[in-house]
Design a protein around this ligand. Structure first.
Ligand code: BEZ
Length: 239
């Protein structure tokens, strides 16, 4: 049986705006039915190359340490690698018992880690990129919204550990865009000004340039407004 990924097997991958591909999986927290088990909440599905590897270990400690912060933003975490369940269990136990990273220790990974020895899920989600590795998943991050739509995707190569502050920032930015019908500029963080959707008519363009109370327009197509950080957090964070 051929177990390595071929070019054609990985060319199909979910795109932004697609419904998240469905699968059933065995995880370290029991069986899951994805994405149906996560309807009504955000979920970050992420892959890592392998258990018992250092970069992945540093990522798991960091993500597990941030899990409650993501949960408060109505977001669950689900990991995946092309390893078996018993390897996952042994690795997570080792992390808790022995590994300290950046001052974090005794960290228990409570979110599900999917076993994917068959590579079926990794292939479905384009996590296998043969130019990088034919047997290990790249570091993929899929942001899936409460209606099971893929909203953002980030890929990193095997050697590069992810920035989890950026993953959280992206989540809150998308939730803010949905809740307030705005967009967020480069390097935005809650409390910074947000972008008002572009003027769709000449009349609105003219109005934007004359209404200086609420909007700050650099030009008719580039208008920002204030959005209070507390207002955002009240809306997107669970109390
Ligand atoms: C790591 O997690 O340390 C790693 C995994 C695969 C390739 C390179 C590094």
């Amino acid at each position: 049986m051929e177990t390595l990924a071929t070019e054609t097997e990985v060319t199909s991958m979910p795109r932004i705006g697609d419904e998240a591909p469905k699968f059933k999986a065995v995880t370290t927290q029991g069986d899951i039915n994805f994405p149906d088990d996560y309807k009504g909440e955000w979920v970050i599905l992420f892959s890592h190359p392998a258990d018992f590897t250092p970069v992945c270990t540093s990522e798991f400690i960091t993500f597990a340490n941030l899990e409650s912060k993501f949960n408060k933003a109505n977001c669950k975490l689900v990991g995946l690698s092309i390893d078996g369940l018993y390897s996952h269990i042994a690795w997570l136990r080792t992390i808790k018992d022995k590994i300290e990273f950046n001052g974090m220790k005794n960290v228990e990974v409570k979110f599900p880690l999917i076993e994917d020895i068959s590579m079926e899920i990794a292939k479905k989600y384009g996590m296998l990129q043969p130019g990088e590795s034919k047997t290990q998943a790249v570091r993929a991050v899929f942001f899936i919204d409460p209606k099971s739509t893929v909203r953002a995707i980030i890929y990193y190569p095997l050697s590069l550990g992810r920035n989890f502050d950026e993953i959280y920032r992206a989540l809150i930015a998308m939730q803010t865009a949905d809740a307030f019908n705005v967009a967020t500029p480069a390097d935005w963080n809650p409390g910074d000004d947000v972008i008002v959707s572009p003027a769709g008519s000449c009349g609105v363009a003219e109005e934007r340039m004359t209404n200086t109370d609420e909007l700050d327009c650099k030009d008719w197509f580039f208008c920002t407004k204030k959005l209070d950080k507390d207002e955002i957090l009240k809306k997107v964070l669970k109390s």
